[in-house]
Structure formats: structure tokens, C-alpha cells
Design a protein around this ligand. Structure first.
Ligand SMILES: NC(=O)C1=CN([C@@H]2O[C@H](COP(=O)(O)OP(=O)(O)OC[C@H]3O[C@@H](n4cnc5c(N)ncnc54)[C@H](OP(=O)(O)O)[C@@H]3O)[C@@H](O)[C@H]2O)C=CC1
Ligand SMILES: O=C(O)CCC(=O)C(=O)O
Length: 411
């Protein structure tokens, strides 16, 4: 299902549970502002290439808008709109004082040299610099971007507006980034998993895990689950999947990926069909890559008992229904992967105060936010007699609705 249709459907279900007025519902759904623009750069050989860029600012009733920048061939209007909307509910679920936005460029970053990526990022920033700002909209990394991308955005933005490190989060530590931000999404996923498993009388140690995606989020999830005694029996990236029924040696796999750029030819595992990874026998499945990977076609064959949505929007609503009927427990994205934006908020707190927290403090605060949000979601589940996804959506939507009503309509 189209990403926006899927996100809208979840929102509307939550709005019904909350008895929201239909006109109010429509206004909450509509983005605050969307921009679409062309980004043209000369390649290193002098030839010109053009791509489409987007920034969608969904809602700012709870604070400045916040959300990542994605460089990926599948970046298009509906996908970015869906991701921006998810950011609005996500920041509200973890109760950080920000709204929701998302942006990106429909391109394949692996096709560029470093200097081409820098030029593209600078052109992108030139197109959005007058609609972002520390009190308006603060970008961060997402798929295909990283701390270096944030450094270029900050530098380009500073040419127009003066030195402004807090215009982005997830930036390098040397430029005001926060310790722990790089690992934060993965660490938050693991804190969320621990909270869910504890609620079911279980713990990570001894359970089997399958992870789709081995980039920033997937690799940190793998490392931290491995450290806690979880057995990771299969992992994939864009080049394929590797399995070992006795548990993959994650530190060795991280080193192999770092050196070779892929999971292929790893000595201590067998390659497997990447499509079969999602239906591989395991206790816990953790999608950490693209949206819409669990569909009505494969949901019936999923064997996992728990799905932790580290990726944004990995489960189509039809798949959600099939999986729920099978008794699979799904921890929704707007909670499970909220550790990244939570530590982005900590980064801004540190930037505002011109201080730097140590990593222990960052991680301890993150754990508190993730635990608090889990309890609030469970309480919404009890009130509305709903599953965890609707518990998270009703929590996020009700907090945004309350702030919107308190602020009034400005007319
Ligand atoms: N970074 C963050 O702070 C946050 C990220 N997220 C979400 O987490 C997900 C991953 O983001 P992030 O880790 O930052 O992105 P990265 O770009 O760092 O990593 C993406 C990973 O997905 C892999 N991948 C891409 N396509 C496929 C595919 N078809 N099958 C299997 N693997 C694939 C890539 O493979 P390869 O390594 O070969 O390129 C890579 O390992 C996204 O949904 C993102 O929105 C959510 C919250 C915050
Ligand atoms: O850290 C942030 O501001 C946003 C991270 C993000 O894009 C996400 O949570 O999907």
C-alpha cells in the first residue's frame, strides 16, 4: 500500500478512537507546508545531473518541526509526506517539544563521489534555507545521510544566517553534536524491545533475532542485542542476507561489512535469499531498512512472535491485520525508533546551554524517555482497548490535538 495511504489510515483509526471532530481531523492531517524543488549539480566529470528534492513540514503545534533528510531512489512526494506525518506523532509519543517534518532527495547516494555529495547537499540546503530554522524546522540524518551531511547543511545554512550549529542534529561531535546520537536510534529500539519483552515476562538473552538492514540503525541494534545475549540468526543489507542458526558473530560481521562494504562472503555464515529473511523462523523480527516490506503477500508466512519496527512504516495495514490475527505482537515505529529524535532533542538542549553531557547521561535519559513512553502507550491501550500501534497513535494524536486546541486558530 502507498506509504501515505497507510499512514493516513492509521491516523484516521486513532482519530475515531479519540472521537475527534471530522473537520479537526482533516486539519490535523494536512501538512503545514510542503516544498518540492530541483537540485542540479555538475558531476566530477563536468556532466550535469538533476534530482527532485522535498521538505514536508507536517505540524508545529508542539514545537519546531523535526525530522530526517533521506537520500534514496524511492524518495517521492507521498513517501516524504507519510514520513513527515509519522514524525509529528513520534515526537508527541516520546513527549519531546518538537513537531514533525521530513525531507530528502530522490537519488542513489552510492553513485556519488564525496565531493558530488557535498555539492548536492549544499544545493539542497540553498533551496530550503529560508524555510528552516532553529525555531522553525531542524533537520537530522535518515537513510543515506549521516553526520557529515549534517555538517555540510549547517555550514551552507550558516552562510545565509550566521553560525548556527543547532540548525541540524546528528552533526559531528566536534561541531556540537551529542555523544550517543549516532547509536541513539538503535539504542532506543533496544530499550523499547526490553520494555515490551519484560511486559511479556521475557528478556533479550536467549531469544533469536532476525534483522533487515545493517546501516546506522540495523548495525547498532545488532551490536546491542548481541551484547545483551540475544542470538542474531540472520541479517540483510541491500546486497543480500546472511544466516547462521547458531548465532552470527556480530563484531566480526560489523568488521567484515566495514572492510568490504557488504555482507557477502562472510566466513561464519551462509548467504540466503533476502526476501526469505522476513519469513525466517525466529522469536523477534526487526525491520531496519525500507517502508512497506511487510505486506498482505508475505505477512501470513511470518514466523516471528514479535516485530519491532525500527524502520519507519515497514508494515502495510493489511499486513498489520493479518499479523495481529496470528497473534504477532508489533511494536510500532512511532515508538520503537523514537530514540533518534529523543537524543536529537537532548542535542538541542546541550546546544542551547553550551554544555556537553557525557554519554552515560545521554543513555540514561534516553532509557527514561523510552520507559515513560511505553507506560503511556500501555495506558492508552487499556483506555481504548486497542493494540500497541493504536495505543501509540492515540497517545501522539491526542497530545498534538490538545496543543492545537490550546493555541487556537490564529484568526
Ligand atoms: N538514522 C536515524 O536516526 C533514524 C532512522 N530511522 C529509520 O530506520 C531505517 C534505517 O535507517 P538508517 O539505518 O539510518 O539508514 P542507513 O542508510 O544507515 O541504512 C539503511 C540500511 O538498509 C539497507 N537496505 C536498503 N535497502 C534494502 C533492502 N531492499 N533490503 C535490505 N536492506 C536494505 C542498506 O543496505 P546497504 O548497507 O547495503 O546500503 C543499509 O544497511 C529507515 O527506515 C529510517 O527512516 C528511524 C529513526 C531514526
Ligand atoms: O533526529 C531527528 O530529528 C529525526 C530522526 C528521524 O528522521 C526519524 O525519527 O525518523
Amino acid at each position: 500500500m502507498n506509504a501515505l495511504a497507510s499512514t493516513n489510515r492509521n491516523f484516521r483509526h486513532a482519530a475515531r478512537l479519540l472521537n475527534l471532530d471530522s473537520k479537526f481531523e482533516k486539519s490535523l492531517l494536512m501538512p503545514y507546508r510542503e516544498i518540492k524543488f530541483e537540485c542540479t549539480i555538475p558531476k566530477d566529470d563536468g556532466s550535469l545531473v538533476s534530482y527532485v528534492g522535498f521538505r514536508v513540514q507536517h505540524d508545529n503545534s508542539r514545537g519546531p518541526m523535526k525530522g530526517g533528510i533521506r537520500y534514496h531512489p524511492k524518495v517521492e512526494h507521498d513517501e516524504v509526506n507519510a514520513l513527515a506525518q509519522l514524525m509529528t506523532w513520534k515526537t508527541a509519543v516520546v513527549n519531546v517539544p518538537y513537531g514533525g517534518a521530513k525531507g530528502g532527495i530522490g537519488c542513489s547516494p552510492k553513485d556519488f563521489s564525496v565531493s558530488e555529495l557535498e555539492r548536492l547537499t549544499r544545493v539542497f540546503t540553498q533551496k530550503i534555507h529560508d524555510v528552516i530554522g532553529v525555531n522553525i524546522d531542524v533537520p537530522a540524518p535518515d537513510m543515506g545521510t549521516n553526520a557529515q551531511t549534517m555538517a555540510w547543511i549547517s555550514d551552507e545554512y550558516s552562510k545565509f544566517h550566521g553560525y548556527s550549529p543547532a540548525i541540524v542534529t546528528g552533526k559531528p561531535i566536534e561541531l556540537g553534536g551529542s555523544l550517543g546520537r549516532e547509536a541513539a536510534t538503535g539504542r532506543g529500539v533496544v530499550f523499547a524491545t526490553e520494555a515490551l519483552l519484560a511486559d511479556h515476562g521475557k528478556s533479550i538473552k536467549g531469544l533469536t533475532f532476525v534483522i533487515q538492514g545493517f546501516g546506522n540503525v540495523g548495525s547498532w541494534v545488532a551490536r546491542l542485542i548481541h551484547e545483551r545475549g540475544g542470538k542474531i540468526i540472520a541479517v540483510s543489507d541491500v546486497t543480500g542476507a546472511v544466516k547462521n542458526p547458531n548465532g552470527l558473530d556480530i563484531p566480526a560481521l560489523l568488521e567484515h561489512k566495514e572492510k568490504s562494504g557488504s555482507l557477502s562472503n562472510f566466513d561464519d555464515g551462509d548467504m540466503m535469499n533476502a526476501d526469505e529473511l522476513l519469513i525466517h523462523e525466529c522469536d523477534v523480527l526487526v525491520p531496519c531498512a525500507l517502508s512497506g516490506v511487510l505486506t498482505r503477500e508475505n505477512a501470513g508466512d511470518v514466523k516471528a512472535k514479535f516485530i519491532i519496527e525500527a524502520a519507519n512504516n515497514p508494515t502495510d495495514p493489511e499486513a498489520d491485520e493479518i499479523l495481529s490475527k496470528k497473534g504477532v505482537v508489533i511494536l510500532p515505529d512511532i515508538y520503537a525508533n523514537a530514540g533518534g529524535v529523543t537524543v536529537s532533542y537532548f542535542e538541542l538542549v546541550q546546544n542551547n546551554q553550551h554544555i556537553m553531557w557525557d554519554e552515560e547521561k545521554v543513555n540514561a535519559e534516553l532509557k527514561k524517555y523510552m520507559a515513560g513512553a511505553f507506560n503511556s502507550i500501555k495506558s492508552m491501550c487499556r483506555t481504548h482497548e486497542c493494540n500497541l500501534r493504536m495505543g501509540a497513535f492515540t497517545l501522539g494524536v491526542s497530545r498534538v490535538a490538545q496543543c492545537t486546541l490550546l493555541r487556537g486558530w490564529g484568526c
